[in-house]
Write a protein that binds this ligand. Structure first.
Ligand code: SAM
Ligand code: SF4
Ligand code: F3S
Length: 444
């Protein structure tokens, strides 16, 4: 049996979590991880289908692997993730170099797929979410990161007109409350100080236990009790599921960070309707107001799709006005990309140059507020949870409560601790500083 696996991950945090769990799984059949791709016996590409020429990128990547291994023994080539789900057996037909195609809900089958690949070039893209988590619940999560992801919910029933996720991740599924807490325990044991709860609609989490229905707020309250956990975050949430019990956590919890990633996609009610988002801009303002009332230190980030079919100049200006109202500290913005099989892909595209021009305008405003936010830390001492030593320049990397990256000169003993850093330089993406010599270096 081959024994070294190289995993290349594209896409969202859930793919990152999945790649770690895939590794926890294949360890059982004797694999160890390699960071040298040319040394792999098994090469796994965990793919994302959210935008652009996702499928072509995967075939391009396979071409690259072929080149690397031209004069060597071919690795077992596995395509996993959302493109695998969307394209299924087509991939095996089009590219003989691919051995296994496995969708996100079939990862519990990966060991038998790999063990049998010689007899059976195979595709598995069933939606067996419950079986998958049943299986994974029995395998320890060995992620040993200071800041660790923990999937609590997967899939989506919302069917936004532009989005492939309901087709690639399947229907909404919430994991058992108890099993999530046990996994958090594993993460804490291997050094996690921050837990980031994940879901495509993380705040739609709803698990029917024996005595009650557990929501995201219950998970936050339970994680709060772990002394080792210093910070709690969750992503990605949807405005429709921003319930009062969750909002209340921001006044009760000492560990839930005051930073809310809450995508809206557009500032125009007309476009939100076309997108089938199921709420109006007003709803977003209401949530914003409720949270700001709890604490003015709570900040927001969002996702925007620019140039969705039907977006007029007026709709676009509504988005610009919206940005100027909320002043997001960090947001993602993308030009609408038609995804095969989604309702919006049948609508007339707006002119690409117009869309590009709008994206530039949106990003100019987003980046201005982002930089202003970063500049507000200049000269200040802030709490930073130290995550790792950087590979390139021997500096250390951590994050403040708003998820801003902070780079400073430190040492290995600080990893996993919360330290005070005095910020002396910033750019749009990161803050830079020095350890405050007067601060107590013990974990806060
Ligand atoms: N569930 C989250 C929500 O409802 O906001 C979004 C999850 S999606 C994985 C991440 C982001 O990708 C979306 O918020 C959206 O901005 C972007 N996205 C999704 N489909 C897209 C498309 N067809 N074109 C451009 N961006 C897209
Ligand atoms: Fe996609 Fe909409 Fe579901 Fe988010 S809520 S994953 S954007 S369909
Ligand atoms: Fe991409 Fe699938 Fe995540 S499409 S963004 S990897 S859910």
């Amino acid at each position: 049996m081959a024994n070294k696996i190289f995993i290349k991950t594209f896409g969202c945090q859930m793919n990152e979590y999945d790649s770690n769990r895939i590794f926890d799984t294949v360890k059982k059949i004797g694999f160890s991880k390699t960071s040298d791709q040319s040394d792999a016996d098994c090469y796994l590409i965990n793919t994302c289908h959210i935008r652009d020429k996702a499928k072509e990128k995967v075939y391009h990547e396979v071409g690259r692997v072929k080149k690397i291994f031209r004069n060597k023994k071919k690795p077992i080539l596995v395509v996993a993730g959302c493109v695998a789900q969307a394209e299924n057996e087509e991939m095996l037909k089009r590219e003989p170099y691919i051995d296994i195609v496995v969708g996100p809900q079939s990862y519990h089958q990966i060991n038998s797929l790999i063990s049998n690949y010689k007899m059976d070039r195979k595709e598995l893209t069933e939606f067996e979410t419950e079986d998958k988590f049943d299986y994974l619940d029995r395998i320890k999560n060995t992620s040993s990161k200071v800041s660790s992801f923990l999937t609590i919910q997967e899939g989506c029933d919302k069917f936004c007109s532009f989005c492939v996720v309901p087709y690639t991740r399947g229907p909404e599924y919430s994991r058992s409350f108890e099993k999530i807490i046990l996994e958090a325990q594993d993460l804490v044991e291997s050094g996690a100080k921050e837990i980031i709860l994940l879901g495509q609609n993380v705040n739609a989490y709803s698990f029917e236990g024996k005595s009650k229905v557990y929501r995201l707020s219950d998970l936050i309250n339970e994680l709060e009790k772990f002394t080792e956990i210093k910070r709690i975050r969750y992503t990605t949430s949807h405005p429709r599921d921003m319930t009062d019990d969750l909002i209340e956590c921001y006044s009760k919890s000492k560990k839930l960070q005051p930073f809310v990633h809450l995508p809206i996609q557009s500032g125009s009610d007309k476009v939100l309707k076309l997108m089938n988002r199921g709420h109006k801009v007003e709803k977003y303002f209401e949530i914003h107001e409720k949270l700001k009332k709890i604490s003015s230190t709570i900040k927001f980030s969002s996702d925007f799709i620019i140039g969705h079919p039907g977006e007029t100049e007026k709709d676009f200006n509504d988005t610009l006005n919206f940005l100027n109202e909320i002043k997001f500290i960090n947001s993602y913005s993308f030009i609408f990309s038609p995804r095969p099989g989604t309702p919006a892909s049948n609508l007339d595209l707006i002119d690409h140059e117009v869309a590009k021009d709008r994206l530039i305008k949106v990003q100019k405003i987003l980046f201005k507020y982002q930089l202003e936010h970063n500049e507000s830390f200049l000269g200040k001492k802030i709490d930073v949870l130290v995550e790792n030593r950087m590979k390139k320049n021997q500096m250390y990397f951590g994050r403040n409560k708003y998820l801003n990256g902070v780079i400073f000169d430190g040492n290995d003993t600080l990893i996993g601790q919360t330290v005070k850093i005095k910020i002396d330089k910033v750019n749009q993406n990161n803050l830079f500083g020095k350890i405050d010599p007067n601060s107590d270096m013990k974990a806060a």
